[in-house]
Design a protein around this ligand. Structure first.
Ligand code: NAD
Ligand code: WQD
Length: 338
Protein backbone atom coordinates (compact mmCIF):
# COMPACT_ATOMS: atom_id res chain seq x y z
CA UNK A 1 0.00 0.00 0.00
CA UNK A 2 1.35 3.42 -0.97
CA UNK A 3 1.28 6.08 1.75
CA UNK A 4 1.87 9.78 1.21
CA UNK A 5 3.89 11.33 4.03
CA UNK A 6 3.88 15.13 3.87
CA UNK A 7 6.74 16.72 5.74
CA UNK A 8 8.37 13.29 5.69
CA UNK A 9 11.91 14.67 5.84
CA UNK A 10 11.18 16.55 9.07
CA UNK A 11 11.89 15.42 12.61
CA UNK A 12 8.81 13.29 13.34
CA UNK A 13 7.99 12.49 9.71
CA UNK A 14 11.38 10.90 9.03
CA UNK A 15 11.01 8.57 12.03
CA UNK A 16 7.53 7.61 10.84
CA UNK A 17 8.83 6.91 7.32
CA UNK A 18 11.35 4.49 8.86
CA UNK A 19 8.61 2.64 10.76
CA UNK A 20 6.38 2.51 7.66
CA UNK A 21 9.19 1.10 5.52
CA UNK A 22 9.98 -1.44 8.23
CA UNK A 23 6.35 -2.55 8.02
CA UNK A 24 6.60 -2.83 4.22
CA UNK A 25 4.41 0.11 3.34
CA UNK A 26 5.43 1.91 0.17
CA UNK A 27 6.14 5.55 0.94
CA UNK A 28 6.17 8.72 -1.10
CA UNK A 29 7.37 11.86 0.66
CA UNK A 30 6.38 15.42 -0.18
CA UNK A 31 8.41 18.13 1.50
CA UNK A 32 9.42 21.67 0.50
CA UNK A 33 12.61 21.43 2.63
CA UNK A 34 11.66 24.64 4.47
CA UNK A 35 12.72 23.03 7.75
CA UNK A 36 14.65 19.95 6.65
CA UNK A 37 17.25 18.73 4.23
CA UNK A 38 17.35 16.18 1.46
CA UNK A 39 20.22 14.42 3.32
CA UNK A 40 17.62 13.01 5.69
CA UNK A 41 16.79 10.56 2.88
CA UNK A 42 20.27 9.07 3.28
CA UNK A 43 19.66 8.53 6.98
CA UNK A 44 16.34 6.80 6.26
CA UNK A 45 18.02 4.62 3.64
CA UNK A 46 20.91 3.74 5.97
CA UNK A 47 18.45 2.47 8.57
CA UNK A 48 15.95 0.67 6.36
CA UNK A 49 18.03 -0.20 3.29
CA UNK A 50 15.16 1.21 1.28
CA UNK A 51 14.98 4.57 -0.44
CA UNK A 52 11.52 6.10 -0.37
CA UNK A 53 10.37 8.23 -3.26
CA UNK A 54 10.81 11.94 -2.56
CA UNK A 55 9.23 14.85 -4.41
CA UNK A 56 10.12 18.41 -3.49
CA UNK A 57 6.78 20.17 -3.43
CA UNK A 58 5.25 23.09 -1.56
CA UNK A 59 1.80 22.07 -0.39
CA UNK A 60 0.71 25.71 -0.41
CA UNK A 61 0.60 25.39 -4.19
CA UNK A 62 -2.88 24.06 -4.77
CA UNK A 63 -2.28 23.11 -8.41
CA UNK A 64 0.88 21.18 -7.47
CA UNK A 65 -1.13 19.19 -4.91
CA UNK A 66 -3.84 18.51 -7.52
CA UNK A 67 -1.23 17.39 -10.06
CA UNK A 68 0.36 15.08 -7.50
CA UNK A 69 -2.92 13.27 -6.82
CA UNK A 70 -3.65 13.00 -10.56
CA UNK A 71 -0.33 11.30 -11.12
CA UNK A 72 -0.41 9.22 -7.91
CA UNK A 73 -4.04 8.12 -8.07
CA UNK A 74 -3.13 4.96 -6.13
CA UNK A 75 -2.36 6.98 -2.97
CA UNK A 76 -5.25 6.77 -0.55
CA UNK A 77 -3.45 6.99 2.78
CA UNK A 78 -1.93 10.28 3.90
CA UNK A 79 0.02 11.14 7.04
CA UNK A 80 0.21 14.90 7.21
CA UNK A 81 3.16 16.38 9.10
CA UNK A 82 3.96 19.37 6.90
CA UNK A 83 3.41 22.52 8.93
CA UNK A 84 5.27 25.36 10.59
CA UNK A 85 5.74 24.66 14.29
CA UNK A 86 7.53 27.47 16.10
CA UNK A 87 5.14 28.86 18.70
CA UNK A 88 6.95 32.22 19.14
CA UNK A 89 7.33 32.78 15.41
CA UNK A 90 3.62 32.14 14.93
CA UNK A 91 2.86 35.13 17.16
CA UNK A 92 5.08 37.33 14.93
CA UNK A 93 3.92 35.84 11.62
CA UNK A 94 0.33 34.65 12.09
CA UNK A 95 -0.59 34.71 8.41
CA UNK A 96 2.32 32.47 7.50
CA UNK A 97 1.10 29.96 10.09
CA UNK A 98 -2.56 30.09 9.06
CA UNK A 99 -1.57 29.74 5.42
CA UNK A 100 0.99 26.99 5.85
CA UNK A 101 -0.86 24.93 8.43
CA UNK A 102 -4.43 25.33 7.15
CA UNK A 103 -4.28 25.83 3.37
CA UNK A 104 -2.08 22.75 3.01
CA UNK A 105 -4.60 20.75 5.05
CA UNK A 106 -7.53 21.99 2.97
CA UNK A 107 -5.79 21.21 -0.33
CA UNK A 108 -5.04 17.67 0.80
CA UNK A 109 -8.55 17.02 2.10
CA UNK A 110 -10.03 18.41 -1.14
CA UNK A 111 -8.18 15.67 -2.99
CA UNK A 112 -9.06 12.89 -0.55
CA UNK A 113 -12.77 13.63 -0.20
CA UNK A 114 -13.60 12.31 -3.69
CA UNK A 115 -11.81 9.00 -3.27
CA UNK A 116 -13.74 5.79 -2.70
CA UNK A 117 -11.77 5.14 0.44
CA UNK A 118 -9.15 7.35 2.04
CA UNK A 119 -7.22 7.39 5.30
CA UNK A 120 -5.86 10.56 6.86
CA UNK A 121 -3.67 11.02 9.92
CA UNK A 122 -3.14 14.51 11.28
CA UNK A 123 -0.38 15.78 13.58
CA UNK A 124 -2.20 17.53 16.37
CA UNK A 125 -0.80 18.61 19.69
CA UNK A 126 -1.48 18.56 23.41
CA UNK A 127 -1.36 22.34 23.08
CA UNK A 128 -5.11 22.15 22.26
CA UNK A 129 -5.80 21.40 25.95
CA UNK A 130 -3.97 24.46 27.33
CA UNK A 131 -3.73 24.10 31.11
CA UNK A 132 -6.17 21.25 31.63
CA UNK A 133 -8.30 21.29 34.78
CA UNK A 134 -7.54 17.64 35.50
CA UNK A 135 -4.42 15.52 35.15
CA UNK A 136 -3.71 13.18 33.46
CA UNK A 137 -5.43 14.65 30.40
CA UNK A 138 -8.02 12.52 28.65
CA UNK A 139 -9.20 13.08 25.08
CA UNK A 140 -12.53 14.31 26.41
CA UNK A 141 -10.93 17.20 28.31
CA UNK A 142 -12.20 20.47 26.86
CA UNK A 143 -9.91 22.37 24.51
CA UNK A 144 -8.89 25.80 25.82
CA UNK A 145 -8.49 29.05 23.86
CA UNK A 146 -5.21 28.76 21.98
CA UNK A 147 -2.21 30.65 23.40
CA UNK A 148 -0.73 31.23 19.93
CA UNK A 149 -1.64 31.22 16.24
CA UNK A 150 0.32 27.95 16.01
CA UNK A 151 -1.88 26.34 18.67
CA UNK A 152 -4.94 27.76 16.97
CA UNK A 153 -3.99 26.09 13.67
CA UNK A 154 -4.06 22.72 15.45
CA UNK A 155 -7.51 23.38 16.94
CA UNK A 156 -8.92 24.72 13.67
CA UNK A 157 -7.21 21.91 11.77
CA UNK A 158 -8.99 19.29 13.88
CA UNK A 159 -12.32 21.10 13.38
CA UNK A 160 -11.85 21.24 9.62
CA UNK A 161 -11.19 17.49 9.50
CA UNK A 162 -14.15 16.76 11.77
CA UNK A 163 -16.53 18.82 9.60
CA UNK A 164 -15.35 17.19 6.38
CA UNK A 165 -15.55 13.69 7.84
CA UNK A 166 -19.16 14.35 8.87
CA UNK A 167 -20.21 14.67 5.24
CA UNK A 168 -17.63 12.29 3.73
CA UNK A 169 -18.16 8.72 4.95
CA UNK A 170 -15.41 7.41 2.67
CA UNK A 171 -12.83 9.51 4.46
CA UNK A 172 -11.49 8.07 7.72
CA UNK A 173 -9.29 10.31 9.82
CA UNK A 174 -7.38 10.23 13.08
CA UNK A 175 -5.86 13.21 14.85
CA UNK A 176 -2.96 12.29 17.10
CA UNK A 177 -2.38 14.79 19.88
CA UNK A 178 1.32 14.52 20.59
CA UNK A 179 2.67 15.43 23.99
CA UNK A 180 6.38 16.41 23.97
CA UNK A 181 8.36 14.44 21.37
CA UNK A 182 12.08 14.04 22.12
CA UNK A 183 14.93 11.72 21.18
CA UNK A 184 16.26 10.33 17.95
CA UNK A 185 16.56 7.01 16.16
CA UNK A 186 18.96 4.76 18.09
CA UNK A 187 21.21 4.52 15.01
CA UNK A 188 21.75 8.31 15.23
CA UNK A 189 21.12 8.40 11.46
CA UNK A 190 18.11 10.69 11.87
CA UNK A 191 17.02 13.09 14.60
CA UNK A 192 15.89 16.63 15.31
CA UNK A 193 17.62 19.47 13.44
CA UNK A 194 16.42 22.74 14.95
CA UNK A 195 17.23 25.83 12.90
CA UNK A 196 18.88 28.58 14.97
CA UNK A 197 18.42 28.78 18.72
CA UNK A 198 16.26 25.87 19.91
CA UNK A 199 12.98 26.79 21.60
CA UNK A 200 12.39 23.33 23.04
CA UNK A 201 13.97 22.02 26.20
CA UNK A 202 15.81 18.90 25.05
CA UNK A 203 17.64 20.32 22.01
CA UNK A 204 18.62 23.28 24.19
CA UNK A 205 20.02 20.87 26.78
CA UNK A 206 22.04 18.85 24.24
CA UNK A 207 23.39 21.97 22.53
CA UNK A 208 24.46 23.33 25.92
CA UNK A 209 26.14 20.06 26.86
CA UNK A 210 28.04 19.96 23.56
CA UNK A 211 29.22 23.55 24.07
CA UNK A 212 27.15 25.35 21.42
CA UNK A 213 25.20 27.29 24.08
CA UNK A 214 26.69 28.70 27.23
CA UNK A 215 23.92 27.76 29.62
CA UNK A 216 20.36 26.56 29.76
CA UNK A 217 17.78 28.91 31.21
CA UNK A 218 15.20 27.08 33.28
CA UNK A 219 12.01 29.08 32.89
CA UNK A 220 10.72 29.46 36.43
CA UNK A 221 10.98 27.43 39.64
CA UNK A 222 7.95 28.91 41.35
CA UNK A 223 5.26 26.78 39.74
CA UNK A 224 2.95 24.79 42.03
CA UNK A 225 4.81 21.52 41.42
CA UNK A 226 7.04 19.48 43.72
CA UNK A 227 10.32 21.14 42.64
CA UNK A 228 8.72 24.33 41.30
CA UNK A 229 9.49 23.63 37.61
CA UNK A 230 6.97 22.77 34.90
CA UNK A 231 5.88 19.23 34.19
CA UNK A 232 5.54 17.69 30.71
CA UNK A 233 5.09 14.28 29.17
CA UNK A 234 8.23 13.61 27.12
CA UNK A 235 7.75 10.84 24.57
CA UNK A 236 10.47 9.13 22.55
CA UNK A 237 10.01 9.98 18.88
CA UNK A 238 10.33 6.30 17.92
CA UNK A 239 7.42 5.42 20.23
CA UNK A 240 5.50 8.31 18.69
CA UNK A 241 6.35 7.07 15.19
CA UNK A 242 5.01 3.60 15.99
CA UNK A 243 1.72 5.16 17.11
CA UNK A 244 1.26 6.43 13.55
CA UNK A 245 1.65 2.94 12.14
CA UNK A 246 -0.91 1.67 14.68
CA UNK A 247 -3.32 4.46 13.70
CA UNK A 248 -2.85 3.79 10.00
CA UNK A 249 -3.49 0.07 10.44
CA UNK A 250 -6.63 0.84 12.44
CA UNK A 251 -7.96 2.83 9.50
CA UNK A 252 -6.79 0.45 6.77
CA UNK A 253 -8.34 -2.50 8.60
CA UNK A 254 -11.55 -0.53 9.24
CA UNK A 255 -11.23 -0.99 13.01
CA UNK A 256 -12.11 2.62 13.75
CA UNK A 257 -15.33 3.34 15.64
CA UNK A 258 -15.99 6.70 14.00
CA UNK A 259 -14.61 8.26 10.83
CA UNK A 260 -12.96 10.99 12.89
CA UNK A 261 -11.14 9.94 16.04
CA UNK A 262 -8.68 11.63 18.38
CA UNK A 263 -5.92 10.01 20.44
CA UNK A 264 -3.46 11.31 22.99
CA UNK A 265 0.06 10.11 22.27
CA UNK A 266 2.25 10.38 25.33
CA UNK A 267 3.85 8.18 27.96
CA UNK A 268 1.38 9.02 30.71
CA UNK A 269 4.24 10.08 32.96
CA UNK A 270 5.01 13.69 33.84
CA UNK A 271 8.59 14.90 34.38
CA UNK A 272 9.70 18.28 35.67
CA UNK A 273 12.36 20.38 33.96
CA UNK A 274 14.78 19.66 36.82
CA UNK A 275 14.06 15.93 36.56
CA UNK A 276 14.87 16.06 32.84
CA UNK A 277 18.14 17.85 33.59
CA UNK A 278 19.10 15.31 36.26
CA UNK A 279 18.25 12.39 33.98
CA UNK A 280 20.25 13.94 31.15
CA UNK A 281 23.29 14.50 33.39
CA UNK A 282 23.13 10.87 34.46
CA UNK A 283 22.88 9.29 31.00
CA UNK A 284 25.40 11.63 29.38
CA UNK A 285 27.77 11.67 32.32
CA UNK A 286 28.08 15.45 32.02
CA UNK A 287 27.32 18.39 34.30
CA UNK A 288 24.88 20.78 32.68
CA UNK A 289 25.37 24.50 33.06
CA UNK A 290 21.97 25.97 33.89
CA UNK A 291 20.35 28.80 35.81
CA UNK A 292 16.84 29.54 36.96
CA UNK A 293 15.28 32.55 35.25
CA UNK A 294 11.79 34.07 35.08
CA UNK A 295 8.86 32.13 33.77
CA UNK A 296 8.39 32.02 29.98
CA UNK A 297 5.18 33.67 28.86
CA UNK A 298 2.49 31.23 27.80
CA UNK A 299 3.93 28.20 29.61
CA UNK A 300 1.45 26.04 31.45
CA UNK A 301 2.26 24.40 34.79
CA UNK A 302 1.74 20.75 33.97
CA UNK A 303 0.55 18.46 31.20
CA UNK A 304 0.69 14.72 30.84
CA UNK A 305 -1.44 12.28 28.95
CA UNK A 306 -4.00 9.76 29.96
CA UNK A 307 -2.99 7.10 27.44
CA UNK A 308 -5.77 4.62 28.17
CA UNK A 309 -7.60 5.24 24.88
CA UNK A 310 -4.46 4.84 22.76
CA UNK A 311 -3.40 1.77 24.74
CA UNK A 312 -6.71 -0.04 24.39
CA UNK A 313 -8.04 1.20 21.03
CA UNK A 314 -4.82 1.53 19.06
CA UNK A 315 -3.11 -1.33 20.86
CA UNK A 316 -0.13 0.95 21.22
CA UNK A 317 1.95 1.79 24.28
CA UNK A 318 5.14 3.77 24.70
CA UNK A 319 8.07 1.57 25.72
CA UNK A 320 11.07 3.89 26.02
CA UNK A 321 12.04 5.56 29.28
CA UNK A 322 12.95 9.24 29.64
CA UNK A 323 16.59 8.20 30.16
CA UNK A 324 16.66 6.15 26.96
CA UNK A 325 15.11 9.01 24.99
CA UNK A 326 17.58 11.54 26.39
CA UNK A 327 20.51 9.24 25.65
CA UNK A 328 19.37 8.96 22.02
CA UNK A 329 19.15 12.78 21.78
CA UNK A 330 22.65 13.03 23.19
CA UNK A 331 24.07 10.45 20.77
CA UNK A 332 22.43 12.33 17.89
CA UNK A 333 23.81 15.68 19.03
CA UNK A 334 27.31 14.18 19.32
CA UNK A 335 27.04 12.60 15.88
CA UNK A 336 25.93 15.78 14.06
CA UNK A 337 28.62 17.94 15.71
CA UNK A 338 31.44 15.45 15.14
P1 NAD B 1 9.55 19.62 11.28
O1 NAD B 1 9.61 21.07 10.98
O2 NAD B 1 10.79 18.91 11.60
O3 NAD B 1 8.86 18.85 10.05
C1 NAD B 1 7.89 19.47 9.21
C2 NAD B 1 8.32 19.20 7.77
O4 NAD B 1 7.35 19.77 6.90
C3 NAD B 1 9.66 19.85 7.42
O5 NAD B 1 10.47 18.89 6.75
C4 NAD B 1 9.28 20.99 6.47
O6 NAD B 1 10.28 21.23 5.51
C5 NAD B 1 7.99 20.48 5.86
N1 NAD B 1 7.06 21.51 5.41
C6 NAD B 1 6.63 22.60 6.10
N2 NAD B 1 5.79 23.32 5.33
C7 NAD B 1 5.65 22.66 4.15
C8 NAD B 1 4.92 22.90 2.96
N3 NAD B 1 4.16 23.99 2.81
N4 NAD B 1 5.02 22.02 1.94
C9 NAD B 1 5.81 20.93 2.05
N5 NAD B 1 6.53 20.65 3.15
C10 NAD B 1 6.45 21.51 4.19
O7 NAD B 1 8.45 19.42 12.42
P2 NAD B 1 8.12 18.15 13.32
O8 NAD B 1 8.61 18.42 14.68
O9 NAD B 1 8.53 16.93 12.63
O10 NAD B 1 6.55 18.25 13.37
C11 NAD B 1 5.72 17.53 12.47
C12 NAD B 1 4.27 17.85 12.76
O11 NAD B 1 3.98 17.52 14.11
C13 NAD B 1 3.89 19.31 12.60
O12 NAD B 1 2.59 19.37 12.07
C14 NAD B 1 3.91 19.83 14.02
O13 NAD B 1 3.06 20.93 14.17
C15 NAD B 1 3.39 18.63 14.76
N6 NAD B 1 3.79 18.61 16.18
C16 NAD B 1 5.10 18.69 16.51
C17 NAD B 1 5.47 18.68 17.85
C18 NAD B 1 6.92 18.83 18.25
O14 NAD B 1 7.18 19.16 19.41
N7 NAD B 1 7.89 18.59 17.37
C19 NAD B 1 4.50 18.54 18.83
C20 NAD B 1 3.16 18.43 18.45
C21 NAD B 1 2.81 18.46 17.12
C1 WQD C 1 9.24 22.18 27.93
C2 WQD C 1 9.51 22.71 29.33
C3 WQD C 1 9.62 25.11 29.46
C4 WQD C 1 13.23 25.56 27.03
C5 WQD C 1 6.07 23.22 22.93
C6 WQD C 1 4.92 23.79 22.18
C7 WQD C 1 3.86 22.76 22.00
C8 WQD C 1 4.43 21.49 21.38
C9 WQD C 1 5.68 21.03 22.05
C10 WQD C 1 4.00 21.49 19.03
C11 WQD C 1 8.66 23.94 29.66
C12 WQD C 1 10.95 24.48 29.80
C13 WQD C 1 12.16 25.02 27.72
C14 WQD C 1 14.27 26.18 27.77
C15 WQD C 1 13.11 25.67 29.82
N1 WQD C 1 4.78 21.67 20.01
N2 WQD C 1 12.10 25.08 29.08
N3 WQD C 1 14.17 26.20 29.13
O1 WQD C 1 6.47 24.40 25.87
O2 WQD C 1 5.77 22.06 26.52
O3 WQD C 1 5.62 22.75 24.18
O4 WQD C 1 6.58 22.11 22.19
O5 WQD C 1 2.83 21.28 18.99
O6 WQD C 1 2.86 23.30 21.20
O7 WQD C 1 4.39 24.88 22.91
O8 WQD C 1 7.85 22.37 25.17
O9 WQD C 1 10.26 21.93 25.05
O10 WQD C 1 9.44 24.31 24.76
O11 WQD C 1 9.34 23.24 27.00
O12 WQD C 1 13.07 25.73 31.03
O13 WQD C 1 15.24 26.71 27.20
O14 WQD C 1 10.88 23.14 29.40
O15 WQD C 1 9.36 26.19 30.29
O16 WQD C 1 8.34 23.86 31.01
P1 WQD C 1 6.39 22.98 25.54
P2 WQD C 1 9.30 22.99 25.41
Amino acid sequence: MKILVTGGLGYIGSHVVVELLNENFEVVILDNLSNSSENVLDGITAITHKKPEFIKLDLREKSAVQDFFKKYSDVSGVIHFAASKAVGESVELPLLYYENNLNTLIYLLSQLKDKNNAQFIFSSSCTVYGQADELPITESAPTKPAESPYGNTKQIGEEIIKDICKVTPNLNAIALRYFNPIGAHESAEIGELPLGVPQNLVPYITQTAIGMREELSVFGDDYPTEDGTCIRDYIHVVDLAKAHVAALKRLVNAKNKDNFEVFNIGTGKGSSVLEVITAFEKVSNTKLNYKIVDRREGDITAAYADTHKANTELGWKSIYSLEKALLSSWKWEQKIRS
